[in-house]
Design a protein around this ligand. Structure first.
Ligand SMILES: Nc1ncnc2c1ncn2[C@@H]1O[C@H](COP(=O)(O)OP(=O)(O)OP(=O)(O)O)[C@@H](O)[C@H]1O
Ligand SMILES: [Mg+2]
Length: 242
């Protein structure tokens, strides 16, 4: 009996070790996937901007000279003006798409400025009224932290737009010596209780968005805290700095 129980407890602890190893492996894999995704986005953003964007810019210049040639022919001139407008629109779309994939601002001026730019554009596009309080004078953060925070901001705002029905949201970014904190709070309908329980347990029911945020922050020893009730939802990401 004693031997059986000893064997059982040994098998149990071997199984536990195996589960821990497998979990760590999966975590490494998902972190690697997120890194590859970031690199891929950066590459597509650059290609879009440098190739399609440049081709369209050249096309725009050619159309301007066409316009000069058709001054005497109002019907054709109107057609050319329509084409010019479409090209302008395509240039704008390519620029927005490439910025969203990987904002060049993030590399150049850092998280705080890129966040302000992104929030501004998001508020205009979505019609959601956003109050932002972004600490902006504390210098740059490590690159990995800046990308993680930016992706948390993007995903949280996309979720606010897709799921909350809110017309107002607040964003706060604090940069202190020990840690940075980014909080996105909306005043929408909140996450249903049942769903929230699943999210806190991080079960398979979690969407890709929240799982990605958790993973990015976990890699930096940070955390994501979710609070939600009938008055709205708050996502708070904290990353220690040392
Ligand atoms: N701000 C919010 N307000 C209300 N519900 C939310 C909010 N954010 C998230 N949720 C709920 O949490 C769920 C999980 O979010 P998550 O971002 O992981 O997945 P998703 O947005 O459904 O899909 P995706 O994988 O494309 O991001 C959502 O489906 C939604 O039910
Ligand atoms: Mg989402």
């Amino acid at each position: 009996m004693w031997i059986l129980s000893k064997q059982w407890s040994q098998a149990h602890s071997e199984l536990e070790t195996l589960i821990l190893e497998r979990t760590a492996e999966l975590q490494r894999l998902s972190q690697r996937l997120l890194k590859v995704q970031d690199e891929e986005r950066r590459k597509i953003a650059r290609d879009l901007h440098d190739s399609t964007g440049q081709t369209l810019a050249a096309l725009r210049i050619s159309i301007s000279s066409l316009e000069a040639n058709f001054r005497e022919d109002p019907a054709t001139l109107a057609l050319v003006a329509d084409v010019a407008q479409l090209v302008d629109q395509a240039i704008e779309e390519i620029r927005t798409m490439s910025y969203l994939l990987h904002p060049p601002l993030l590399d150049e001026v850092g998280f705080a400025c890129a966040a302000e730019w992104y929030i501004d554009g998001f508020a205009k596009r979505s019609g959601i009224n956003i109050k932002a309080d972004i600490a902006n004078s504390c210098g740059r953060l490590p690159k990995k932290v800046e990308i993680a925070l930016f992706r948390v901001l993007q995903e949280s705002l996309t979720n606010v737009h897709r799921h909350s029905g809110a017309s107002e949201a607040n964003i706060r970014f604090q940069h202190e010596a020990e840690a940075v904190t980014l909080e996105i709070r909306d005043f929408g309908k909140g996450i249903p209780e049942e769903r929230l329980r699943l999210l806190h347990g991080l079960s398979a029911e979690t969407g890709v968005g929240l799982a990605g945020m958790h993973e990015r922050l976990h890699e930096l020893n940070g955390r994501l805290e979710i609070e939600s009730d009938g008055c709205g939802t708050s996502m708070r990401a904290t990353v220690p700095l040392h």
